[in-house]
Design a protein around this ligand. Structure first.
Ligand SMILES: N[C@@H](CCC(=O)N[C@@H](CS)C(=O)NCC(=O)O)C(=O)O
Length: 140
């Protein structure tokens, strides 16, 4: 029996960011704001990318994460910083230092604080599991 199909490594195109994330939903492009952030960045920066909706988490147990020419990077912000450096991109280069600082402060507030309130509301208090069913998650 030929078992190669079970172990075959997927060959992705070169110079294309492979964005691993969860599937699309009916009302939002992703159920995770971090994937929406990263995909928005890829579109803004016009970086060629391909979505892989495989529900496979990164080494940190989370999504999104990317592969780029064999490199694997986890965490949306680290992905952006990696690509900025690799491709010499700065979509914020028109901002002053003060504006960058304000942006950073809002980012930290949303990602480390507001996010958790929304997650509690969306996933814990979602008594009828509507959101889970909408995204066709395996445990719905
Ligand atoms: N700092 C990470 C946060 C990613 C994150 O928290 N992703 C959540 C979805 S919104 C996740 O994968 N959670 C799965 C889990 O914690 O088991 C990033 O920016 O990528």
């Amino acid at each position: 029996m030929n078992c190669n199909i079970f172990y075959r490594k997927i060959e992705y195109p070169r110079d294309t960011v492979i964005l691993h994330q969860v599937g699309r939903g009916p009302w939002a492009p992703s159920m995770t704001p971090f994937a929406i952030k990263l995909e928005s960045y890829l579109r803004l920066a016009k970086i060629p990318y391909q979505n892989v909706h495989d529900m496979k988490t990164s080494s940190k147990g989370k999504f999104p994460w990317i592969e780029y020419n064999g490199d694997i990077i986890a965490d949306s912000q680290l992905c952006i910083e990696y690509l900025n450096k690799k491709l010499n991109i700065d979509i914020n280069n028109h901002l002053t230092d003060e504006q960058r600082g304000i942006g950073r402060a809002f980012q930290k507030m949303f990602e480390e604080n507001t996010y958790w309130a929304l997650a509690l509301y969306r996933w814990y208090y979602d008594a009828d599991l509507k959101a889970i069913a909408a995204f066709k998650l395996p445990f719905s």
